[in-house]
Design a protein around this ligand. Structure first.
Ligand code: XLS
Ligand code: NI
Ligand code: NI
Length: 441
């Protein structure tokens, strides 16, 4: 059965195209430094936002019109798999991602849930045999069901800790079965609302032990995916333990897990943490911890995770700058953890949204690549930090000095001359590069 009957394969038609069902900038075959756009950008579709969620929000019920919704239960789950692979093929996208509960309904017991999962996983596996779309990552949803009311690996209930472990164990087996490139841990309820009833030390130690057991089990079954922590500062809990990359990195180091994990960085989580998207990418990159990206954007006027499709070209440019400087995303990708707005309820909106996101990152890639080729930001940094390339600055940078010498240096200083940071000039230059991506000059 097919579900997107009015839409055929999305092709690249170039910047001048007026066809809404065509890529204007994303040309999967176009090479940039010897790699195709498809290989660099590694786009993924998020199963939950695109095939499972219905557009409901805390104030209103679902609005999405989906041709697979005429089915129920396991039939619905199967219809979604069919719809998903039709969508992947029409969009020509190399990856997808899912939580366990997105693909198969929970049963009355964990045993039954696992059986449901097995049926759908084998169906997905069959589709994957003839599809080019691979699994970027899977994860366990250990936050939606009421049993996770007080957390999962950080629950006060040891039984729930065990239940959560069983779900992740299954997730690792599923990931192996489907050849997932990565496995994600987003701590949806791994945090707390108030310290008044929370044993923070025990919860964090338990989370550390939980992640170590996951590492051990993956090794035991020979599942070699890259493990990823997805930081988020809050929502649903008030204080999440993986607040941002810096916090998550300190956590991993404390529990000696840093060699087994990288980060999956989501743009909207970065801004919720009071950072820019590129801050989080940079922090991960300079520590060699950049794994993958949940490509979306937030609404600066709203204080929550709105998961919009990314369309801000300045942001995609600065993100692609970090990714290119990282030498790419390795086994990671750009997963659209993004949803169409509640008012965009028609099925074709799913295509418009993904086309918009893919084109925006394609522009970002081209502009970032040109900025790097021309050493625009590199020259600014070289010039700005010149004082560390000789004399006392070089001694500092090489760790060869001490407070005695530094004091001597300071005592002999005249007035220190500063240079302008030239921020407005830099911003104007980036705008110029962005515009040149359209005019082709
Ligand atoms: C929620 C998260 C979630 C993770 C996967 O805010 O972004 O969707 O990506 O559990
Ligand atoms: Ni996410
Ligand atoms: Ni999110």
């Amino acid at each position: 059965m097919t579900y997107f009957n009015t839409i055929s394969k999305i092709n690249y038609e170039g910047a001048g195209s007026t066809n809404p069902f065509a890529f204007k900038f994303y040309n999967p075959k176009e090479e940039i430094n010897g790699k195709t756009m498809e290989e660099i950008l590694r786009f993924g579709v998020a199963y939950w936002h695109t095939f499972t969620m219905d557009g409901s929000d805390p104030f209103g019920s679902g609005t999405m019109i989906r041709s697979w919704d005429k089915f129920k239960g396991m039939d619905l789950a199967k219809a979604r798999v069919e719809a998903a692979f039709e969508f992947f093929e029409k969009l020509d996208v190399p990856f997808f991602c899912f939580h366990d509960v997105d693909i198969a309904p929970e049963g009355d017991s964990l045993r039954e849930t696992n059986q449901n999962l097995d049926i759908i996983v084998s169906m997905v596996k069959d589709y994957m045999k003839t599809s080019k779309t691979k699994l970027l990552w899977n994860t366990a949803n250990n936050f939606t069901h009421p049993r996770f009311i007080h957390g999962a690996a950080t629950s006060n209930s040891a039984d729930i800790f065990a239940y959560s472990a069983a779900k992740v164990k299954k997730g690792l087996e599923v990931g192996k079965e489907l050849g997932a490139e990565n496995y994600v841990f987003w701590g949806g309820r791994e945090g707390y609302e108030t310290l008044l009833n929370t044993n923070m030390k025990l919860e964090m130690d338990n989370l550390g032990r939980f992640l170590q057991m996951a590492v051990d089990y993956a090794k035991e079954i020979g599942f070699d995916a890259q493990f990823l922590i997805e930081p988020k500062p809050k929502e649903p809990t008030t204080h999440q333990y993986d607040f941002d990359v810096a916090t998550g990195y300190a956590f991993l180091q404390h529990y000696n897990l840093q060699d087994h994990f990288k980060f999956n960085i989501e743009a909207n989580h970065a801004t919720l943490a009071g950072h820019t998207f590129e801050h989080e990418l940079r922090y991960a990159r300079v520590h060699n911890m950049l794994g993958s990206v949940d490509a979306n954007q937030g609404d600066p006027l709203l204080g929550w995770d709105t998961d919009e499709f990314p369309t801000d070209l300045c942001s995609t440019t600065l993100a692609m700058y970090e990714i290119l400087k990282n030498g790419g995303l390795g086994r990671g990708g750009l997963n659209f953890d993004a949803k169409v707005r509640r008012g965009s309820f028609e099925q074709e909106d799913l295509f418009h949204a993904h086309i918009a996101g893919m084109d925006s990152f394609a522009v970002g890639l081209k502009v970032a690549n040109k900025l790097i080729e021309d050493r625009v930001l590199e020259d600014i940094l070289d010039n700005r930090y010149m004082s560390f390339t000789d004399g006392i600055g070089l001694d500092i940078a090489e760790g060869k000095t001490n407070f005695h010498e530094l004091e001597q240096h300071a005592l002999n200083l005249g007035e220190v001359k500063h240079q302008s940071g030239r921020l407005e000039k830099v911003k104007a230059t980036i705008n110029q590069y962005l515009l040149r991506a359209y005019t082709g000059e």
